[in-house]
Write a protein that binds this ligand. Structure first.
Ligand code: ADP
Ligand code: MG
Length: 701
């Protein structure tokens, strides 16, 4: 990587020096010229218009005038002192007023000189004045520099005290441009610039900081967004092409006995068309020599588990082993139970490994895994431990992907000399644009249909004051033979507080639903795995009618007879979590209900989440709404995705630019996979700069 003037330490910029440099580093993470260049304004003040004084007719917006000082007067003493400065232009006159910094202003202003003045007028007795305006000597330079759209940078109190308020930063930015303007090199090839009519790079940077007008500001933004998204897509697609181009992967040419037998004799139901479609897509991957890395998205209850089982059977039919990794003990356990039912009918050996499986029980499992006798291993991240050695792992299925970190997934790869095929399943649907970016290197399959006969879950909102109605409703459902979940939020910071809420809730419900007519289970994070399992099993068998729990039951738990989900303090949950929880009911043929309990007063955001839940059952719609309410920044997954950070583009609103950038990235890499051509050298260098020590993530997600 060649060094560049943009790597120059910020303390070498005129007007900075060591003290300011240190502060800029601490408060703004700016340590080089390049960092400063990328400090984008967060808004602009429109100073493009210069008014005459007689145009000042309102006190609700800002005016900019050029006026000559015709009088100055200090009024009052001590704290009550103020400075009145009269200025005039050809159209009239107005008073400027200062209560602070009087000495400094008096020294600055000279009667007879002209000043550029910007501020918001206030009116008193029908007469306008401007309090504490921005003011500077009017000359050719100040009129070009200070008019137009003015950048506003975010600053901190400390920076402000050192003169680095927004204006101070703008001043530094100008100095920076004096140093580097001619050295900002284009990195996007010419033909692309022309095709999309993109501003040249240097021009775009100048106009993002000092836009001449709104049009140029828009163009600068568009150019920089395109560049950013092009780099992101190049980054992701490069990894993907590398992976698919390598030809390392087990080929599974056979659809054999196990798959066919399961399909025709064992499955208790016919697959939905969507399930068939994704199995075909996966089959195609497995048939060839390329390693599969596929994301399987499907709303809660869409039947991903059975798809993953059939896919595992393909591996087994071809002489390989398969594993399934789940994020929690409960979920792993449940997968084990439901898959074992099918596997037993096929005479397939299957085992479960979790943190709570004792060493003595593990030994034989590990031995038969290594000998190849054991065909299917289900587990939590305990699967990743080094002692877990496969004979020949053909496919690894990862359920509920967002719970696992990238690193954990990485270790699955090393479980075989030829990396296994990877199928990642997630029930957190994400909008297409986001999927394209986050999983740009993965292939995506979507199950967009629920098994037949499901009645859409009815969702209602209740306030605490209406609790009796909710209890009554629970009783009628239980009388019909149904079961009920009551879920309490889990706050990370305070496990003990959660437990208190939960226990209180449990007691209240126990009073309302007393023995011997009712039996209640309780599950929370502080129970031992065996205790959890015991309670879950009781509920599943129908021995208890109510399950009081924290969000430990959020993922995957499957009790078809449960038809009511009561979510306490629903205002404290995020949308995707609410959707996941709701997905625990509606799994059987009965009409199911989700009751969202909230405090009487809730925040507007919470209200909008609850309304979304009441309005729709569609996971994709909910994901879109979630993005709108929260913004894409803190969606689960973004941070751990290892994606290049976006400073300008917005994944929610910049879909069309993203799509164009993705197409171009694909074209570029088709012609020049390693970015070796001179025309692509700028892109290559910028990519290396943005992700210098990028691991080969395509191999792991
Ligand atoms: P998820 O996609 O949320 O993991 P599951 O795989 O747990 O969903 O499936 C939810 C329920 O639907 C399970 O009880 C499963 O047996 C059932 N199921 C899956 N596919 C079908 C189908 N094609 N027809 C009927 N029921 C199905
Ligand atoms: Mg599932």
């Amino acid at each position: 990587m060649s060094s560049s003037i943009l790597d120059t330490d910020i303390s070498f910029l005129r007007g900075v020096g060591p003290a300011k440099a240190q502060l800029m580093k601490a408060d703004l993470s700016i340590s080089t010229f390049g960092d400063l260049l990328y400090l984008f304004p967060f808004r602009y003040v429109d100073r493009s218009k210069i008014n005459t004084i007689n145009e000042i007719r309102s006190d609700d917006h800002f005016y900019q005038i050029i006026g000559t000082v015709v009088g100055m007067q200090t009024i009052g003493v001590g704290r009550g002192m103020r400075l009145n400065v009269s200025v005039q232009d050809r159209s009239g006159s107005i008073d400027l007023v200062w209560f602070q910094g009087i000495k400094w202003i008096k020294a600055l202003l000279k009667p007879g000189d002209s000043y550029l003045i910007f501020g918001k007028p206030s009116s008193f007795n029908g007469k306008y004045s401007i309090v504490h305006p921005d003011i500077e000597v009017a000359n050719e330079q100040s009129i070009t520099l200070s008019t137009g759209l003015q950048p506003v940078y975010s600053s901190t109190e400390k920076l402000k005290s050192k003169g680095l308020d927004s204006r101070g930063l703008a001043r530094l930015m100008r100095t920076l441009f004096e140093e580097i303007a001619s050295r900002i090199e284009e990195i996007i090839p010419d033909d692309i610039l022309q095709q999309y009519r993109l501003l040249p790079r240097a021009h775009a940077f100048w106009n993002i900081h000092f836009p001449q007008n709104n049009y140029l500001l828009d163009q600068a933004r568009r150019r920089l967004k395109f560049e950013e998204l092009l780099l992101v897509q190049l980054d992701l697609l490069k990894l993907k092409l590398k992976r698919t181009g390598l030809g390392v992967g087990h080929a599974f040419p056979v659809v054999g006995e196990m798959f066919n037998k399961c399909y025709s004799e064992v499955l208790p139901f016919g697959l939905t068309n969507a399930q068939k479609k994704v199995i075909r897509e996966i089959r195609k991957d497995l048939y060839g020599q390329k390693q599969m890395n596929r994301l399987l998205q499907g709303d809660v209850g869409s039947g991903k588990t059975i798809v993953s089982f059939l896919v595992m059977l393909i591996a087994i039919d071809n002489g390989f082993q398969a594993c399934l990794m789940a994020p929690t003990e409960i979920l792993a356990q449940q997968h084990y139970v439901s898959i074992k039912k099918l596997a037993d009918q096929l005479d397939l050996s299957i085992a479960l490994i979790t943190g709570s499986v004792p060493q003595s029980a593990r030994k034989p499992i590990l031995a038969s895994l290594e000998s190849g006798e054991l065909k299917i291993l289900i587990g939590t991240h305990a699967l990743l431990e080094e002692v877990v050695k496969f004979n020949n792992l053909g496919i690894a299925v990862i359920d509920e992907q967002h719970r696992f970190g990238v690193q954990q997934r990485a270790s699955l790869w090393s479980k075989n000399s030829i990396p296994p095929h990877i199928l990642v399943m997630t029930a957190t649907p994400i909008p297409r644009t986001l999927a394209m970016t986050l999983y740009g290197d993965l292939d995506v399959s979507i199950i967009d249909e629920l098994p037949p006969g499901r009645k859409p879950i009815q969702t209602r909102h209740f306030k605490d004051a209406q609790r009796l109605i909710v209890f009554h409703f629970m009783k009628t459902q239980i009388a019909l033979g149904r079961q009920v979940y009551v879920v309490y939020p889990l706050i990370d910071e305070s496990e003990t507080l959660d437990l208190k809420h939960l226990t209180e809730g449990f007691e209240a419900i126990s009073r309302e639903f007393p023995l011997p007519d009712f039996a209640i289970s309780m599950v929370h994070g502080q129970l031992k795995p065996a205790e959890k399992e015991y309670e879950m099993a009781r509920f599943k068998k129908g021995e208890t009618q109510i399950m009081v729990a924290t969000t430990v039951i959020e993922v995957g738990v499957d009790v078809p007879n449960a038809s009511v989900m009561v979510i306490e303090n629903a205002e404290r949950f995020g949308l995707s979590q609410l959707h996941q929880l709701r997905g625990r009911v509606g799994r059987g043929a009965d009409q199911s209900f989700c009751l969202l309990m909230t405090a009487d007063k809730i925040s507007p955001d919470a209200k909008s989440r609850i309304e979304t839940m009441v309005r729709t059952n569609n996971g994709f719609e909910i994901a879109e709404a979630d993005l709108e309410i929260r913004g894409p920044g803190d969606l689960s997954g973004t941070r751990q995705s290892g994606m290049i950070e976006l400073k300008m583009a917005n994944l929610l609103t910049d879909g069309p630019i993203l799509e164009a950038a993705r197409n171009k990235a694909f074209e570029i890499l088709t012609q020049d996979p390693e970015l070796k051509l001179p025309v692509n050298s700028g892109l290559k260098e910028r990519l290396e700069r943005l992700s210098p020590d990028r691991k080969d993530w395509s191999r792991v997600s």
